[in-house]
Design a protein around this ligand. Structure first.
Ligand code: SF4
Ligand code: SF4
Length: 100
């Protein structure tokens, strides 16, 4: 799958990625071990960081389910969907990247 765009929209314009609550996170690293797309990493202090936002598959929330204490959340799906729909219309009108 070409991860540089999603439905013809540049991936970088789509705000979809995990958000880590560092107050809750117990550094079990289940999320890091699980995600195959190199989205997450740990910094020098051992905190989970979102290293490659754009590698995150749009609307995937699999790592959230791996986190037993609920330290991972995501942006509002309805808002992101609505953004994608409006942007897709624009890109299609311009005749750019109508399909992935
Ligand atoms: S799975 Fe949850 S608790 Fe474990 S490292 Fe990831 S965010 Fe932290
Ligand atoms: S949502 Fe999916 S692709 Fe994104 S970081 Fe989590 S497991 Fe990886």
């Amino acid at each position: 799958m070409n991860k540089s765009n999603y439905m013809g929209i540049p991936r970088g314009k789509i705000e979809w990625y995990p958000i880590i609550d560092h107050d809750l996170c117990n550094r079990c690293y289940a999320c890091l071990d699980f995600c195959p797309y190199d989205v997450l990493d740990k910094n020098e202090k051992g905190d989970i960081v979102v290293k490659n936002k754009e590698n995150c598959t749009v609307f995937c929330q699999a790592c959230r389910h791996m986190c037993e204490i609920g330290a991972i959340s995501f942006p509002n799906k309805k808002e992101v969907l609505s953004f994608i729909k409006s942007e897709k219309g624009e890109y299609d009108e311009r005749g750019q990247n109508a399909r992935i």
